[in-house]
Structures are given as structure tokens and as C-alpha cells.
Ligand binder design. Structure first.
Ligand code: ADE
Length: 226
């Protein structure tokens, strides 16, 4: 998978994309991730990339020329399966969308900053508009990292134990059961006995019951969906 990201603040992306599982995915050459600084195409001496909005109103808007030029440069050498714009008015990210994205090859992510991007860029190039939830952040960079993390970890070979992605919460519209590790007793609290019994049929049953219970308690809406 190849992922290109256009941003006005590349610093925000470096650490999340180059640490832990996302780093491992790149080291194993299962994902290539490139961050592009929009200021490269900024206008004039001050490399301007944003301007006031027509019609008045608070907040700056990313201008169509620098962003358009950078998109044109990238699409000239890569065919993208999706050009994704991160925006609070997009479709809310779900596990289902991440699963579908993880099967595709090339992505271009556009991160808005300030008030957003000129609407004409959305009309001309964007194929998917994604929100990570009903709240507004200062830009699309952290949301893009969230989407990228959720899709890259699904690429076969990225996680050590592939079943661990299949048993995630939401994969089956169920929340995950509780998990425990050593020591068996901590501050007077014991690990449920069944988990140390070695009886894998019983362990599976226990996990499945706990998943069901937890989903009923915390997210009954997921059970209605099923
Ligand atoms: N940019 C700002 N807020 C956002 C959100 N909730 N989702 C995606 N992109 C955003």
C-alpha cells in the first residue's frame, strides 16, 4: 500500500506515522507513507497557502492553487484508488470502511487546516470525505493518522498474530472481552479461573459470553445492527 499525505503542518504527522506498528509496516515494506508539505507550493516570498474566505467570516481557507498544484504533481505519477479529505462533515469512520480501505492500494490524504479547503478542490479531486467523529479538531492531520493506523494494521503481515485484528472489537459488531496477563493475583484481584484452566473450548465460550455481555451493557445499538 502506498499512502501520500498533503499537509500544512508535517511535524504533526512524523511521530505517529513512524512509531510502533506503522513503523514496522514500513520497515517490512508492507506500506509506504510519504508526507508532503503544502508550503512547497506556497505563493510568493512568504509561501502563502491560505487566505480569507469570500463573503466574510472568521477563519482562513486553504487556497486552491497550491493544493491543486500539489495534487496534480502527485496524480501525475501515481494512480490513486481514493483521494480522501479529512473533514468533520464527512462520513463517520467505521470498522467497515477501514476493512474496505485496507484492500485498496494507493491513497492520497488531504488534511485541511484552519477553516478548511476551497470547495472546488473537493469537487474536482476528492473521492472520499471522512470524519472521525462529531467534534472539531484544529486540522485533518490527527484524523488522517487515525484512519491510516486503522487501515495499515489490517494489511496481512503487519500484525504479528493476524487473528488479533480479526478478533478486534467491532469486527463482528461485538466489543472485545476483557483481557488479563501475569501475575495471576494483583492487589488481591484474581484472573478468572477459566483463563488459566487450559480448556480452550471453555475459554472460547467464556470470551464469547463476555463479548455479548459487554456489548449489551455498553453498546446495545451494535446488537440491534446485527
Ligand atoms: N478535521 C477537523 N475535525 C475533524 C474530524 N472530526 N474528522 C476529520 N477531520 C477533521
Amino acid at each position: 500500500m502506498r499512502i501520500d499525505i498533503i499537509t500544512a503542518v508535517p511535524e504533526l504527522l512524523h511521530s505517529p506515522l513512524n512509531t510502533s506498528i506503522l513503523k514496522r509496516a514500513q520497515d517490512k515494506q508492507l506500506a509506504e507513507i510519504y508526507v508532503h508539505d503544502l508550503r512547497e507550493f506556497g505563493k510568493g516570498k512568504y509561501r502563502q497557502i491560505d487566505d480569507y474566505q469570500f463573503g466574510g467570516g472568521a477563519g482562513m481557507v486553504l487556497m486552491p492553487e497550491p493544493l491543486g498544484q500539489m495534487i496534480e504533481k502527485l496524480i501525475a505519477s501515481t494512480t490513486y484508488d481514493e483521494i480522501v479529505f479529512m473533514t468533520p462533515d464527512g462520513k463517520t469512520l467505521s470498522q467497515e470502511t477501514s476493512n474496505q480501505f485496507s484492500l485498496k492500494k494507493n491513497f492520497l490524504f488531504i488534511c485541511g487546516h484552519y477553516k478548511g479547503i476551497d470547495e472546488r478542490i473537493r469537487e474536482k479531486y476528492v473521492t472520499q470525505e471522512i470524519s472521525i467523529g462529531d467534534y472539531v479538531l484544529t486540522g485533518g492531520e490527527l484524523p488522517a493518522c487515525i484512519v491510516i493506523d486503522s487501515i495499515v494494521r489490517l494489511i496481512p503481515g503487519v500484525l504479528n498474530n493476524e487473528t488479533s485484528a480479526l478478533s478486534d472489537s467491532f469486527q463482528d459488531d461485538l466489543l472485545s472481552p476483557p483481557v488479563y496477563t501475569r501475575p495471576r493475583t494483583w492487589k488481591g484481584m484474581d484472573v478468572p479461573e477459566v483463563l488459566t484452566s487450559g480448556n480452550f473450548k471453555k475459554i472460547d465460550e467464556w470470551r464469547s459470553n463476555k463479548s455479548q455481555e459487554r456489548t449489551e451493557e455498553r453498546r446495545p445499538d451494535l446488537l440491534k445492527k446485527k
